[in-house]
Design a protein around this ligand. Structure first.
Ligand code: SAM
Length: 241
């Protein structure tokens, strides 16, 4: 075993890896922003009824089981007619949103792997493995929901959203996780909401650049004053009435 592998093993077993990473970031002037959004329990945000869940078994890249339940509960509670998703991946969230809104048309967008190196903005290395896959949406393909789901393959920052403007009631944002993409995807998602009203949901409020972008919205833009982090999850949502 090489020196660095041994050193890594030592730091991990001694629980020092995180603080060593933090020290490194600090010395480079990178400071993790605080998670300052107010929290709300999923029961406070919805009601007591349980959603339909399918394909619950988690794969690396999916939202957690609890996050899937929360998204399904929000969708069931709001009964959207139009749902838009940025970041299809294997379609586990797409499927569960469709199941809980039986009247909804669902549109989901995913980056084709061959466009990984020609995107509008930076993409984090940590996102690469979720982009490099043979198929998007495998979990809903062949199910009864498939006929209500439209798949789009392009960079979310290059897509022309005007075709779906003001037609969506729920938008779920879980594409690329750089600051620029969170801003771009959020700005486009706002235009999709029917008369500017409905539900925006983000995943990964825990990744540094997602925290930074959502905190800035919360602090600087009155439209986002109602942002809430769902307790015990990395989900953030905004209900615009
Ligand atoms: C973490 S996965 C989404 C996981 C999904 N929400 C779930 O729970 O199963 C991120 C997805 O976003 C897609 N993606 C990354 N960058 C993108 C971009 N610029 N435009 C569109 N999709 C993008 C990736 O291909 C990947 O499928």
């Amino acid at each position: 075993m090489g020196y660095w592998l041994k050193r890594l093993g030592y730091l991990v077993t001694k629980g020092k890896f995180r603080s060593s990473v933090a020290e490194h970031k600090h010395s480079k002037g990178i400071v993790d922003p605080e998670m300052l959004l107010p929290t709300i329990t999923i029961e406070e945000a919805t009601d007591d009824s349980e959603p339909i869940l399918s394909e619950v078994v988690h794969a690396d890249g999916n939202v957690s089981e609890e996050e899937l339940r929360c998204i399904a509960k929000l969708v069931k509670f709001h009964q959207p007619k139009g749902i838009f998703e940025i970041g299809t991946f294997d379609g586990r969230t797409t499927l569960n949103m469709a199941l809980n809104a039986p009247e909804a048309k669902v549109v989901t967008i995913d980056l084709p792997p061959e466009e990984l190196h020609s995107t509008s903005f930076r993409i984090k290395k940590a996102d690469h493995s979720f982009i490099k896959k043979d198929i998007s949406g495998s979990r809903f393909i062949g199910t009864d929901t498939e006929s209500r789901i439209t798949q789009i393959y392009t960079d979310s920052a290059k897509f022309d959203y005007s075709k779906y403007a003001s037609q969506m009631d729920v938008v779920f944002i879980d594409g690329a996780h750089t600051y620029e993409y969170v801003l771009s995807d959020t700005a486009n998602s706002r235009k999709l909401l029917r008369d500017g009203k409905g539900l925006l949901i983000w995943h990964d409020y825990g990744w540094r650049e997602v925290i930074q972008a959502l905190n800035e919205y919360y602090e600087n833009d009155p439209y986002f004053k109602g942002l809430k982090n769902i307790k015990g999850t990395s989900l953030v949502y905004l209900a615009v009435e």
